[in-house]
Design a protein around this ligand. Structure first.
Ligand code: ATP
Ligand code: MG
Length: 412
């Protein structure tokens, strides 16, 4: 893409009302635009990152047997009535609305009830199980506070997967498989070394312990205690002698850290299947409620977490796997022809290139490039052209390298 064609422009300053680093940097660089607190639009560069995160998650969910669907935002009150969760006292952050005829509808904040209900139309025998269903879908939650940029939205994209199993054993096996897939996802988006499986409270879904995936950073809202060797942690909310023992964690080896919950996995037992009548006939012909689990990742929150942990004074530093482009090609030579040729050649090798061919000063091109944070910068100048070369540099490093133009593709 030619940078002159990008409709967004880099802002000199972050908006005054944004306090979170992720929102300040992403807004300045033109990745997102705020509509109101907790409500953000994704602009071309931001959407490219979001889509790459989505694809990584999709690959890992498909690899463990997930089937993708897309459920609706408007939800049936009756279905929610079956678990009593329509009540605002039980779920306090619902957005709800009314149809023209006056009847109530819910605006999706999660999908346990609708999906369980959906499956009652398709599942009847133990032979139909297990089933793993997931989607990328926008959730709406009337969050009390929304000051953390895209870490906590009132409207946000979530990957939610739900598992439907016939036995506890089958459920547990998938639960562990999914925990492994989550670790792979966080590894692939560049958060592997600082994201920990963390024992946590059951929230509104269950009474036992559940698992969160927490990314350690000072800007996190949660407090966790980490055993770095075991790569395990426990959330402060459930930090008790009894739970430490259950988890085999030694108090003296734990470090207190702040962290962002980037994902979580929950056993749901038979709470929803019983309430909504999702049962299967077992081998002996008896009706058994299906055993369920739910598995969430917030895509925007994950993207925001990457920005929180991977930036410097100049701007963002994207991990290769989710960067909007692979290469930021910058021309500062008066003669644009050599850079144009390099751009074309790179596109032919399927490299994703943002090409800065704008007529602005070299200084502002460099500053914008550092802010946007594409992993590799390729500079074409009169000086580099004298030796038929370009200068390459990795974002986050000061080291530059002179590379012959004919060797560029290979070197990249
Ligand atoms: P939190 O404790 O942060 O409020 P939660 O426990 O309510 O989140 P879930 O309902 O389990 O979250 O949602 C699954 C995942 O969706 C979370 O792990 C998180 O990554 C993401 N998520 C939840 N709420 C938000 C939000 N308001 N904005 C962005 N992502 C969110
Ligand atoms: Mg939580």
């Amino acid at each position: 893409m030619k940078q002159s064609q990008l409709f967004t422009k880099v802002l000199k300053q972050a908006p005054k009302d944004e306090v979170a680093t992720n929102a300040r940097l992403l807004t300045r660089a033109g990745f997102i635009h705020k509509v109101m607190a907790g409500v953000y639009e994704y602009l071309p560069l931001g959407l490219m990152v979001l889509k790459k995160i989505e694809q990584i998650i999709r690959e890992e969910m498909n690899a463990i047997g997930g089937q993708e669907v897309l459920m609706t935002t408007l939800q049936d009150k009756e279905v929610w009535g079956k678990t009593n969760r329509w009540d605002d006292k039980l779920v306090d952050n619902w957005f709800k609305t009314k149809l023209a005829n006056g009847s109530d509808v819910g605006i999706a904040n999660t999908h346990e009830e609708p999906l369980t209900f959906l499956l009652t139309h398709y599942v009847s025998s133990y032979k139909d199980l297990p089933i793993y269903i997931y989607q990328f879908q926008t959730k709406f939650r009337n969050e009390l506070r929304a000051k953390s940029g895209i870490l906590r939205g009132r409207e946000f994209l979530m990957k939610d997967l739900y598992s439907f199993s016939k036995t506890q054993k089958e459920f547990r096996e998938f639960y562990e498989l999914c925990a492994g897939a989550y670790l792979k996802i966080f590894e692939r988006v560049g958060l592997g070394d600082r994201t920990f499986r963390t024992a946590a409270a059951g929230g509104s879904f269950t009474t036992g312990l559940t698992d969160e995936f927490q990314t350690v950073t000072d800007s996190g809202e949660d407090v966790i205690y980490v055993d770095e060797k075991k790569k395990l942690a426990i959330n402060k909310e459930v930090y008790t002698e009894e739970n430490l023992k259950k988890l085999g964690l030694d108090k003296t080896k734990l470090k207190e850290k702040k962290a962002i919950e980037v994902g979580n996995i929950f056993p749901l037992g038979t709470k929803y299947s019983q309430a909504l009548g999702l049962t299967v006939k077992d081998e002996t012909g008896r009706e058994q409620p299906v055993i369920m689990g739910s598995y969430g990742i917030g895509l925007g929150r994950l993207m925001g977490a990457v920005v929180e942990v991977s930036h410097d004074e100049q701007g963002m530093i994207w991990p290769k796997a989710i960067a909007p482009f692979d290469i930021h090609l910058i021309n500062i030579s008066k003669n644009q022809t050599p850079a144009d040729k390099i751009y074309k050649a790179l596109l032919e090798t399927n490299t994703q290139v943002l090409y800065d061919e704008r007529e602005v000063s070299a200084g502002s091109k460099f500053a914008d490039s550092d802010l946007i944070g594409i992993p590799t910068r390729v500079l074409v100048s009169d000086k580099t052209l004298q030796s038929d070369s370009v200068e390459t540099k990795q974002r986050g490093s000061d080291k530059t390298k002179l590379v012959k133009i004919k060797d560029l593709s290979e070197s990249l």
